[in-house]
Design a protein around this ligand. Structure first.
Ligand code: GDP
Ligand code: MG
Length: 442
């Protein structure tokens, strides 16, 4: 996985003080693979990586991160920018009804989205009208009617028995109807083909001209992969797109289509569809998608938290200590524990650490309550005891136990465990680019 590969790079790069071109190239190569694996289209990947390298070269050295982590942070930030640079809400007409037209290939999730959007907008106090302008497939109208009923939203469809109407006429008539019955948002579902098709595109363009939409939302299946670019270009040129909706994000696709479509259309991704139920729907979150594309949400979270939790001072102190081979004291243990507690429940923190599998088992019993108790014990020690645990004899143990409200056995246990913890902390610290990684040249 990407995390594993990046972890390899982390290890190699640990100990370096700043980003060299070789560091940047190596990390960029891994990111490039990650993007391709996520099905971002090749030309999009090329442009993106070029921008990343540019930015990484000029970047400042962060105290808390090692070079690979820094590049990854830049990549993530840049992805979030690209995916959400101009995220916006639906643009509605000054004079209702607003018209939202849906376009996309067959099976991309348009009809489902129509229902979701109707429910979403109704929940915001709007009075939407759903319009069945897909008269291609026999059950397309019924499908929309079922969804409309579930969403509690009226569906405008050709009268049954009248034969199959013309979708352009239906769409045009729906606007008149919406005005008559005072609906403020009209959602027009349209037909799609399995592939891009001139006739379908012409029909979509005709419907567009008939309803003069405020939004043309291009719905694309996130699983679609490399083909996303062609499809997006066809709809951009054939109908004109004002916004994008990603569907089927509940699947296991990495979501590279998002990036490709965003780049090709130049239009924002407004919504994400994440299931078959009406409520499986959300406003698009660029940061989540960026993490998904990189397949490294956990690593990123850890980087962020590590950066926040360890201030530069503390880090330098620890680094100097461990680099100098000085004894890692209970005082340091306590400092680190407090910092780690700030990062969240210890189990979560451990779960996020690359390569922490083995140690995690060993620490399974170190739950949060335990950590709090350990903290209390150490706080009951004198500064001298914390630096020289060896001097903690029987009477001192009794005093400490008393002071922290635990048994002498608990204190013994902690002191025994401390030796193991020394090793563990060294390992964890190293992973976060902390102790023993870099040291200011003196
Ligand atoms: P349309 O042809 O563009 O109108 O696509 P539909 O809305 O009919 O969706 C095609 C199929 O995909 C249907 O079986 C939907 O239930 C399913 N579908 C649509 N959106 C999603 C989604 O976000 N997640 C999942 N898992 N299925 C979806
Ligand atoms: Mg449909």
């Amino acid at each position: 996985t990407l995390s594993d590969r990046l972890n390899g790079i982390f290890t190699k790069l640990r100990g370096k003080g700043r980003l060299t071109d070789a560091d940047i190239d190596a990390t960029a190569r891994e990111i490039r693979l990650a993007l391709l694996e996520a099905d971002v289209a090749l030309p999009v990947v090329r442009g993106f990586i070029a921008r990343i390298k540019e930015r990484a070269r000029g970047s400042e050295v962060s105290q808390a991160l090692n070079p690979a982590q820094q590049v990854i942070k830049i990549v993530h930030e840049e992805l979030v920018n690209v995916l959400g640079g101009d995220t916006r809400r639906l643009q509605l007409a000054k004079q209702p009804p607003s018209v939202i037209m849906l376009a996309g290939l067959q099976g991309s999730g348009k009809t489902t989205l129509a229902g979701k959007l109707a429910r979403f907008l109704a929940g915001q106090g709007h009075q939407p009208l759903l319009v069945a302008a897909d008269l291609q497939r026999p059950n397309a109208v019924t499908q929309l009617q079922v969804l409309g009923e579930r969403a509690g939203v009226e569906v405008f469809a050709p009268e049954p028995g009248n034969g199959v109407g013309d979708p352009v006429d239906v769409a045009r008539a729906s606007i008149e109807h919406a005005k008559r019955v005072a609906r403020d948002i009209v959602i027009v579902d349209t037909a799609g083909r399995l592939g891009i098709d001139a006739e379908m595109m012409a029909q979509a363009a005709n419907i567009r001209d008939a309803v003069d939409p405020d939004e043309v939302l291009f719905v694309i299946d996130a699983m679609v992969g490399q083909d996303a670019v062609n499809t997006a270009e066809a709809f951009r040129d054939g109908v004109g797109i004002t916004g994008v909706v990603l569907s089927k994000l509940d699947g296991d696709a990495r979501g590279g289509a998002a990036l490709s479509v965003r780049e090709v259309t130049g239009q924002p991704i407004l919504f994400a569809s994440t299931g078959e139920k009406l409520e499986d729907f959300d406003i698009f979150h660029p940061d989540r998608m960026a993490s998904r594309i990189l397949g490294m949400g956990d690593v990123l979270t850890l980087i962020e938290q590590a950066e926040q939790a360890f201030d530069a001072d503390q880090k330098e102190k620890m680094t100097a200590k461990l680099m100098g081979g000085e004894q890692f004291t209970l005082e340091d243990f306590l400092d680190q524990m407090v910092a780690m507690r700030r990062m969240g429940p210890i189990a979560n923190v451990l779960a996020m650490m690359p390569g922490m599998g083995q140690v995690k088992d060993q620490l399974a019993d170190l739950d949060d309550k335990h950590f709090d108790r350990v903290t209390a014990i150490i706080r009951s020690m004198t500064p001298n005891e914390r630096v020289n645990p060896k001097i903690i004899n029987g009477s001192r143990r009794a005093r400490i136990a008393n002071g922290s409200g635990v048994t002498v056995m608990d204190v013994n246990q902690l002191l025994n465990r401390f030796v193991e913890a020394q090793k563990m902390m060294k390992q964890m610290g190293g992973m976060m680019g902390l102790p023993g990684s870099r040291r200011k040249a003196t």
